[in-house]
Structure formats: structure tokens, C-alpha cells
Design a protein around this ligand. Structure first.
Ligand code: F3S
Length: 390
């Protein structure tokens, strides 16, 4: 792989040991994937922030990097952590967990990484433009950046995104290159998608059916940004999609000649919805996967205004979005109904089991998948109007 003088000096250790180790990771990745060189990036998003997901080994890795003097040289943001940094006590997060979580955040902060703690950085002003190279590592954010914004990122892991942030470069392969940003599966959508949960269900179906192929959707109506974030999150969770195309919505449209074609219709929609959740009484209603936009918080506030909820309600969001919701009065309305607008974390990366949650209601295909498959919780799946009841 060809390195510039600056990149070679990083690899030779002339810019510190942390930078040397990071460049070594990037070169190893570049060699594996056949990159000709590195490409400069404008931002990095680092996943692997919750103590629940990275544990003691992850904490030690980050503390070691910080003690070697690792410093990021481009704007770098964090994925959700395991708790709301301000409300963790009120939300009954175990203190031992909170202590470890704060140590993780402190290690990141020593490296110069901003504690945004969100999977929707693009909703809080971090919106890379068409063609911009970035290194992001949260699967739903990656799908949104590639597909809706037209920015370019591979599906990074936490350590490779951190290494890219420390060096300011990433190996130039995969979705950074034009030739790989091409769909080879045409999806004809032949059913009306009524809400966010239908987009999540379509994402689940196509995520599984694509089997590594890149989908391009035809015939989708009502694809708002909130619904697209749900679609991409679900596709990435049920499959491994890092990019998709949608006629008339996404900024790129490249489909290979003779691409395989499949149809997503009413039959596929209802069968998928059925397998995504059951019924029963949930312990928690969890909205905001990916993190809720202000409009989604407003929708929940309108739904619960003047009511008293019998079930715990969390609306998970970025701290900056929560501040806007506080200002707009949505947080107060939700709190008066007995719910919480929760920042910095989500229902999947918080210590749900330790908090006694066994059964959750959600409108997210990604949360439905993780809560059932990985954490063995029961799930009720539906839109806000179906699952947020008195
Ligand atoms: Fe975000 Fe958590 Fe869902 S990180 S995409 S809210 S699982």
C-alpha cells in the first residue's frame, strides 16, 4: 500500500506510540482489503462506548490508548453509552455500572473525543456531504450516511474508527470507491408502508433477503428521514447492509445491468411484522432507535399529553435533541405522563437486564432484533400509536 510521507512518519512512530499503533491497524486493514492507499476523512464516529458491550477488556484498551497520549486529529463523536450521564441515578442504573461507564467516557474525553453519545449525529448538526469520506462505526448511522447523505464510509469497528480518528485517514477501499457503490438487487415495493414500523419491517425482510447484496428500492412512498433511519437500522441489524439506494430519495442511483429483482408486498410485510414481535404487557415502551428526532419526540408528547401511563416509557435521543425537546416543552409533557426523555443511551446498550426489564414494546426493527435475539427479552412491535397506550 502506498503511504504519503506523513502517513509513513506515523507508521515509523515519529508522531508517538498511539499514532504508530493506530497506523499499524489501518495498514493491516488496507492490506486485507487491497487498498491502494489511504484517504483523508472529515469525521469519525466511534462505537463500543457502553460498558455493557465492551466490558472490562474494552475499558482497559481505551485507558491504555489514553495513557499512551492518543489524541484524535479530526472531529470525532461517540455512539450511545450505557446510561444517561445526568439522569442515571433517577433511572435506576446500578452504581457499579455507572462508575465503569464514567471511566470509559473519561478515557474517550482524554483523547479529545466529544461525548455526543448518539447514533444519529446527522440529527445534531454532524451531516457529512455528498462524496465526503468519513469513518463511522454504528451500523444505522453508516447506512444513513452512505445512503441518505451520500457520504462514504465502510462499516468500521470501534477500534478501526478510533485509529482513523487518531491518524485522520482511513484505508481507501470498499464504499470509499465508486465501483463498490452499486446496487445488485432491485426491490420492487408493492405495498403501502404506513409508518415507521412498516419501514423497519421492510428493512428486516430485505436485510435477510439481500444476503450481502446491495438493494435498490423502487416504488417507496412517504420516505421521510425518520423512516429512512429506521429502514437502514433494521436492514443493518437483520442483515449487513451498509448502503442502499432509493429511487427519487437517495442522492446516488447506481444499479448493475441484469440485477436480481424481488418484490416486497403485503404478504411479505405482514409475515415479517408477525415474526418481529408478539403481544402481552411490556415492562417498558422504548421509542428512539435510532435516537429520536425532535419530531418523533413531539409525536410521543402529543400522544401522552394529559394522560398517566401505566407502563414505563423511555424516549431515547441525543442530548442536543433532548435540550431542544426541553425547550419546546415536550419533555415536560412526557414526564407529566410518567415517561422520560433519556439522553446518551438506548434500550439496547443500557443494562436492561440489571434493571429488571423482561418485556419491551418498540417501534424499531433493530431494537426488536437485538432485544429478542441477543438479550432474550420479549417484544411488542408497532408504531407509537399502537404501543404508547394509557
Ligand atoms: Fe442507536 Fe441503540 Fe438503536 S445505538 S440504532 S438506539 S440500538
Amino acid at each position: 500500500m502506498e503511504l504519503t510521507k506523513e502517513q509513513q512518519s506515523m507508521l515509523d512512530g515519529e508522531q508517538g506510540e498511539a499514532c504508530r499503533q493506530s497506523m499499524e491497524i489501518l495498514c493491516a486493514l488496507g492490506k486485507i482489503y487491497g487498498a491502494a492507499g489511504m484517504v483523508p476523512i472529515t469525521s469519525a464516529q466511534v462505537a463500543g462506548v457502553s460498558y455493557k458491550t465492551i466490558g472490562e477488556a474494552g475499558l482497559e484498551y481505551l485507558q491504555d490508548a489514553a495513557s499512551l497520549g492518543a489524541k484524535v486529529r479530526i472531529p470525532t463523536f461517540l455512539n450511545p453509552a450505557g446510561m444517561d450521564r445526568e439522569q442515571w441515578q433517577a433511572l435506576k442504573v446500578p452504581p457499579a455500572f455507572a462508575k465503569k461507564q464514567l471511566e470509559i467516557l473519561s478515557a474517550f474525553s482524554k483523547m479529545g473525543i466529544s461525548s455526543t453519545c448518539t447514533c444519529t449525529p446527522y440529527l445534531v448538526g454532524i451531516r457529512p456531504k455528498l462524496g465526503e469520506h468519513i469513518a463511522w462505526s454504528e451500523s444505522s448511522a453508516i447506512a444513513f450516511a452512505n445512503s441518505v447523505l451520500g457520504a462514504r464510509t465502510n462499516r468500521e469497528g470501534g477500534p478501526s474508527a478510533l485509529a482513523a480518528a487518531i491518524c485522520g485517514f482511513t484505508p481507501n477501499y470498499g464504499l470509499h470507491l465508486d465501483e463498490n457503490r452499486v446496487a445488485n438487487l432491485l426491490v420492487k415495493v408493492d405495498v403501502e408502508l404506513k409508518g415507521t414500523s412498516d419501514f423497519g419491517a421492510m428493512g428486516a425482510y430485505i436485510g435477510e433477503a439481500a444476503k450481502g447484496k446491495v438493494p435498490a428500492f423502487l416504488g417507496v412512498k412517504g420516505a421521510s428521514e425518520d423512516r429512512l433511519k429506521s429502514l437502514g437500522a433494521s436492514m443493518a441489524a437483520w442483515g449487513s447492509a451498509a448502503i442502499y439506494f432509493m429511487k427519487g430519495v437517495t442522492p446516488e442511483w447506481n444499479v448493475v445491468q441484469g440485477a436480481e429483482e424481488i418484490t416486497f408486498g403485503a404478504k411479505e410485510l405482514s409475515a415479517t411484522r408477525e415474526k418481529m414481535g408478539g403481544d402481552g404487557k411490556p415492562d417498558i415502551i422504548a421509542i428512539g432507535c435510532p435516537h429520536a428526532s425532535l419530531a418523533e419526540i413531539e409525536e410521543v408528547a402529543a400522544r401522552v399529553k394529559g394522560k398517566k401511563l401505566a407502563t414505563k416509557l423511555w424516549v431515547c435521543t441525543a442530548r442536543k435533541t433532548k435540550e431542544a425537546a426541553d425547550k419546546a416543552g415536550f419533555t415536560r409533557v412526557i414526564e407529566e405522563a410518567g415517561g422520560n426523555v433519556v439522553a446518551d443511551t438506548c434500550m439496547v446498550v443500557c443494562p436492561l437486564e440489571e434493571m429488571g426489564i423482561k418485556h419491551a414494546a418498540c417501534n424499531s426493527g433493530k431494537a426488536a432484533k437485538y432485544l429478542t435475539n441477543m438479550f432474550k427479552r420479549k417484544v411488542v412491535y408497532g408504531d407509537v400509536e399502537d404501543i404508547v397506550c394509557e
